[in-house]
Design a protein around this ligand. Structure first.
Ligand SMILES: Cc1ncc(COP(=O)(O)O)c(C=O)c1O
Length: 459
């Protein structure tokens, strides 16, 4: 330890290459360090970096800042909670705000989704749902039901179990071997049907085939199916309306738990409190995170149906309860943030705003698709929508992936002061639920400008 408190870099100096080498970021670091984005402050739906440049946040940070930056109600609630209780002993019990938030979530979630487990992030909570499914079957005398079915191109998180359920080779291969007992099926990517079919004449092969997979594996060995109602990392995979009801029926028939990963789609993003309502399907377990605390504190929640939770309430000699937990679960500060965020969403009817601005965004995206032949498809629901790029609309051939038009557009967007999600072949918007019509228009104008500049740079 130095004898005196060492001098730290000023905010502006943190962009200096010497200091960047001292931190791991999520991006490819050598590439990122060429134009490091270091955010210093935020307000409403804007960020400012350490050089003072402003960014319009069309991504809610990463689908998280649901009620905007610098939201006074949430900040005041956190301040009050800090003055009362900032941490309660998780091995010995819980705290009033955690119970209140669980109660509110139980009221807001559809059907009999009524018992909540809090965690700190999406990976922890999808992993908890997987553990819950396995322990549930064990408690029901069916310990052989352990396999988890999920989808290629899915993202359920970075911990080993949630990663095993994920379906992205770009993030999995370097970590293999992953835990056993996970298998994958193809997602409902209608624009590029893996079975070469066209909706609605396809008989929903992507869904019905899962029944055959379960049959081949033996239903007595399958614990759960986990899906994002709208898949993100494959480019916002919005399933046809029949898809999730078919999965529900298959799971019920085979005694398999249906888990919805609503880390992104939950808490208003698709225009209803949960995408489960948007699609009219009640899962057995619903995981939510990101927007639940609006990014003000780490928080995620797993909500499970009452009959499933009841199984964990047996006498101590036969039943250990749910064997899962983390130090920061149900943290009072996080739960106070969650309560305040939900109050904002409900009292300001931000689900209705997500529907209204989502419709506006869709009209803009359709206009872009109709104007630019390089846009093959637009899809998504509410304030969660994407554009897919193609080099040839008729054949749906993609641009070369290195870097891909999506990356060129996304990088131009950052230059132009717009934050959106980009991938070699698509870009996505997930703006805060408080976004106004004017702000949506400005986001799309910046995106269009970035697209034109990216196309220009390819010539
Ligand atoms: C659908 C989905 N599930 C799970 C996760 C993992 O969440 P976290 O990064 O909070 O661990 C993410 C993160 O992006 C996600 O998008």
């Amino acid at each position: 330890m130095p004898a005196e408190w060492p001098l730290l870099p000023t905010n502006q100096e943190t962009a200096d290459p010497r200091f960047l080498q001292q931190i791991f970021v999520r991006d490819q670091m050598a590439e990122w360090a060429k134009h490091p984005l270091i955010i210093e402050r935020a307000d409403d739906i804007f960020y400012w970096d350490v050089s003072g440049k402003r960014y319009l946040d069309a991504l809610s940070g990463i689908y998280t800042v649901s009620v905007g930056h610098n939201n006074r109600r949430v900040i005041d609630a956190i301040r009050r909670q800090l003055d009362t209780l900032h941490f309660s002993p998780p091995m010995h019990g819980t705290n009033p705000v955690a119970v209140q938030l669980a109660n509110l979530l139980a009221q807001l979630a559809p059907g009999d989704l009524a018992t909540v487990k809090f965690e700190c992030g999406g990976s922890e909570v999808t992993e908890a749902a997987i553990k819950l499914a396995r322990q549930y079957h064990r408690l029901c005398g069916q310990a052989g039901k352990f396999k988890i079915i999920s989808r290629y191109q899915a993202w359920h998180g970075s911990t080993m179990g949630s990663l095993a359920a994920s379906g992205l080779k770009s993030r999995k291969t370097v970590n293999e071997p992953l835990p056993a007992g996970f298998l994958h099926v193809f997602p409902p990517t209608c624009y590029r049907c893996p079975f070469g079919k066209n909706y609605p004449d396809c008989s929903l092969t992507c869904a019905t085939l899962i029944d055959d997979v379960i049959d081949m594996e033996d239903p007595a060995t399958v614990a759960a199916i986990i899906v994002e109602p709208i898949g993100h990392t494959g480019g916002v995979i919005d399933p046809p309306p029949e898809y999730l009801p078919i999965l529900r029926e298959i799971c019920t028939r085979h005694g398999i738990l249906l888990i919805f990963d609503e880390i992104i789609t939950g808490v208003g993003r698709t225009g209803q409190m949960f995408a489960a309502e948007t699609f009219g399907v009640v899962p057995d377990v619903l995981c939510t995170g990101k927007g639940l605390s609006g990014g003000y504190a780490p928080l995620s929640a797993m909500i499970c149906r009452k009959p499933i939770a009841d199984v964990f309430w047996g006498p101590i000699a036969e039943n250990p309860g749910f064997v899962e937990g983390h130090t920061f679960e149900g943290n009072p500060i996080s739960c106070a943030a969650g309560l305040a965020v939900l109050r904002e969403i409900i009292e300001r009817d931000l689900c209705a705003n997500a529907r209204q601005q989502g419709d506006r965004l869709r009209r803009h995206f359709e206009r872009l698709r109709d104007t630019y032949p390089v846009i093959g498809d637009c899809r998504g629901k509410g304030l969660f929508q994407a554009l897919e790029f193609v080099a040839d609309r008729a054949t749906k051939t993609r641009f070369p992936a290195n870097p891909g038009l999506g990356v060129l557009v996304g990088r131009r967007a950052l230059e132009n002061g717009l934050l959106c999600r980009f991938d070699p072949h698509w870009v996505a918007f997930g703006p805060p639920l408080i976004s106004t019509a004017e702000q949506i228009d400005e986001m799309v104008a910046l995106l269009e400008r970035s697209l034109l500049e990216a196309l220009e740079s390819m010539n």
